[in-house]
Write a protein that binds this ligand. Sequence first.
Ligand code: COI
Length: 355
Amino acid sequence: MRNAIRQAVDITKVSESKIGQVDFNNLNFGKVFTDHMFVCDYVNGEWQTPKIVPYGPLTLDPSARVFHYGQAVFEGMKAYKDDHGDTFLFRPDENFKRINKSSERLAMPEFPESYFFDGLNTLLELENDWIKPGFGNSLYIRPFSIATQASVSASEADEYKFMIICSPAQSYYSGDVSVLIAEEFSRSANGGIGYAKAAGNYAAQFYPTNLAKKQGYQQIIWTDADTHQYIEEAGTMNLFFRVNDTLLTAPISDRILDGVTRKSLITIAEKEGIHVDVRPIKVSEIVDAATNGSLKEIFGAGTAAVVSPIKAFGYKGEHYELTPQENSYAAHFKKALLDIQYNKVEDPFGWRVKV
Ligand code: COI
């Protein structure tokens, strides 16, 4: 908890929890939601008193601008429970700053810090039983903001809803992932909204991802909009390439999301003396490295994906399989990250925040 005095939140509790109906050993990512949700409306230029209410559908006017012009931004966070029953967030300030940065880009009002953290802490205390201890169990937290004003006039709205919903989660991907490097699709161009966690950036991914699926790949790797010669990020996560013992990752830019997991892994690697080369990565060098055997690993990094090993990639009709590594960086970094998140080790970086 940040301040002794919390921002007031009006709470209406459910009469009966649905937690008994949930099979926590067989969770599909993002399908089950907890009993309550956080809601705060922006009206007349001000955020109103936040509320926590039973989880349920919203009523919106069909002309609400989110439906027409996509003014919608979101975040992905997780709460972790340790073996003593204490709950932690991981670098929540980063998510808070990023949703406001995304909102600024989409001409949406920023959300106040005290509303965000006091609302989130109150919600997590209420949903404590939904956060199960043990590596791999977490509560996925989805803050988001949408334009609710009724009108199809093509300008930014005057009314918004900021909400937080929570979903008990295990892994996002089951097993290793294979990816297709895009020859013609991009997440964003310079000057676009790629750096924002805007809903539309993810909608734009579904069509190319479906094409990739038809070729047997689960996910797309975006390449740059100008030349399609440089690797950017994957559909749901940032990327790392291990070439011999060096880690490569693309720099963040106008087009690439400044991933919290990505930057945490860079910090952990550097502390351990592993060289991380943050620079533009040519597709051709990854293809060459796969061909000559110096490409040891590829893995994705994200809140939902955690650290996801990539076992193969496709590019221009060719398929490249990676040889499994005995001491893989992906497994090592995943454990180092989870150890901090689940309060198993000291946190030398000050990333863990107790709820
Ligand atoms: C996350 O990792 O939290 C994300 O928001 C990615 C999402 C597409 C599942």
